[in-house]
Design a protein around this ligand. Sequence first.
Ligand code: GTP
Length: 372
Amino acid sequence: MKAVILVGGEGTRLRPVTCLNPKPMLPLMNRPFMHNFISWLMSHGLKDIIFTACYLPRPFIDYFGKGEKFGIDIAYETEKVPLGTCGAVKNVEKYLKGSGQFMVFNGDILSSLDLTDMINFHKSKRADITISLTSVEDPTAYGLVPIDSEGRVREFLEKPGRDQIVTNLINAGTYIMEPRILDLAPAGKNYSFERGLFPAALEKGFRIYGYVSSAYWLDVGTPEKYLAAHHDIGLGKIEFDYPYPEIEPGIYGGTNVSYNRESFSKGPVVIGDNTVIEKGAKIEPLTTIGKNCHIASGARLCGCVIFNNCRIGKGSQVSGSIISNSVTLGNDVIVEGCSIIGDNTQIKDGNILKNGIKININSKIVRGQIFF
Ligand code: GTP
């Protein structure tokens, strides 16, 4: 079965980390998010992949090429203007004609959904469309999909008010479709599945089913959820193939990592190639450090994600926050509370960045400038 992966969004909610890096290629435990995603698809026999790109397409092509290194086939289509979730799939219809039902994936979900079982469900129901559904505690920010006792979709409720909540099942961003469904979508226009094609198909009487799963599922679209993805993997909530061997119990390290054992209390911690952790630095659990980084003595890192080529100065502390590529923190800088530092930024000594503050790419924050 062919799989279309939607990777063309701008990822605005994750700015500034998505200013230079497309969301599905952001690091997840030091490997591109899409690497783990492709492994998930491959484990269910999906090896014929079509990437629908738009915003920053190059990193996908550079990393995956035609898929030969992974033993799969990858085709790319890059939209000149964003066509929306359904418009992007309509735009690759030529790859899907004549090969039967196909799957569509939002490219920003971390999930262990059993795709094989979902495909069997789709076939057994003789569905035109099957939508994976997951339950969430607060469904108000999502599209709700109530189903009947047979699993057939009754209606689509986009971002409902509190009084409209009839189910906590939401669209989990993975679909199986019969090719004729795409006849309902306009070509070359921005069109969405959630607000366009799905309600239109329901109205016309197509057989739309919801496949309910309690498998791990997270839409990695916000800074909080991007960090949560790392923490959940570290806590073992989803099976994950770490990119490196354990160099100490619970400490996964690449080649040429320089460290002292006393820097770690316990894992999990992930450290990229050639990173230096000076004696006297403290690396607490659920921390990921990229490659070619330098963590100075007296620095303390906890539950944070640090990309490649970063320098963390003496006595600086980073907790529950994201530091993008090639960032330098001076001495005694504090970054906490889901704050984000954009690529190529310098934060001089003594700044205090907290409460979800976002520092744009290529910034230079002078000594002691921010402290509230
Ligand atoms: P936000 O701007 O933060 O909402 O993120 P986003 O742009 O990624 O949008 P959203 O999370 O709603 O997108 C869900 C999935 O669809 C993601 O994998 C996006 O990359 C993808 N996507 C969204 N819009 C488009 C589009 O116009 N074209 C393509 N090819 N993919 C899209």
